[in-house]
Design a protein around this ligand. Structure first.
Ligand SMILES: [Zn+2]
Length: 218
């Protein structure tokens, strides 16, 4: 079988093999790497988390790796701790994605996000990822009308109330515009405006704590 996937984690399997856990356009999947623990083996490098692989596997129910081709090189990121940290958060969120989802679009989006870490501010890439991936957890923040009084004249974003607030119910802040901008699609990471990412990531973290039913570590 031909497929593409992002390595989420790997574990040793029996004496000499490994299992890699991948996120693919079909969802999460474990694939055996025969001889994957052998330091001289042909598959030695095919188990690094964050690596995106083009691969061919057996067609059997328990799939084994036959051939692979790396699409990226996560080792390019090791000199920048904040990029590695962003990558680890992205992989952690993907590990917890509910099975019932349109994995094809989540996969394509996640691949694009991981590949963009090389050339972009990792806090920006991570913010875009965390806001957009909310829908995969069934969380859709109301960004168009006030979550308290339904007024359409929205001016701020509340992490505790879970969405936009109007000018009667709050004082204006910049986060709403960033949330709206980051929630909807743009072609390139560079097309999204910059902001104070420390403040934004703080708001996103609090939003996750309040509304997303997973344990987060960012
Ligand atoms: Zn209101």
């Amino acid at each position: 079988m031909k497929l593409e996937g992002i390595i989420l984690s790997s574990v040793d399997y029996k004496e000499s093999s490994k299992i890699i856990n991948l996120y693919t356009s079909l969802g999460k999947m474990g694939i055996k790497i025969p001889g994957g623990k052998n330091p001289k083996g042909a598959y030695l490098n095919a188990s690094t988390p964050g690596l995106i692989l083009d691969l061919i596997t057996t067609d059997s129910k328990n799939k084994s790796l036959i051939e692979y081709h790396p699409i990226n090189n996560p080792f390019d990121l090791v000199n920048d701790l904040s990029k590695i940290n962003a990558l680890m958060v992205i992989l952690d969120i993907l590990k917890k994605i509910p099975d019932e989802n349109n994995h094809k679009s989540i996969y394509e989006f996640s691949k694009k996000i991981i590949l963009s870490l090389n050339d972009n501010n990792p806090d920006k890439v991570l913010s875009i990822f965390l806001i957009k991936i909310l829908y995969a957890y069934g969380v859709n923040p109301n960004l168009k009308s006030c979550v308290i009084c339904n007024n359409k004249n929205v001016v701020s974003f509340s992490v505790s109330k879970g969405g936009a607030l109007c000018d009667n119910c709050s004082t204006p802040d910049d986060t709403l515009n960033t949330f709206i901008e980051y929630y909807y699609d743009k072609k390139d990471i560079k097309d999204y405006s910059d902001t104070d990412f420390k403040i934004l990531l703080d708001k996103i973290r609090n939003y996750y704590i309040n509304f997303v039913p997973i344990k987060i570590n960012f």
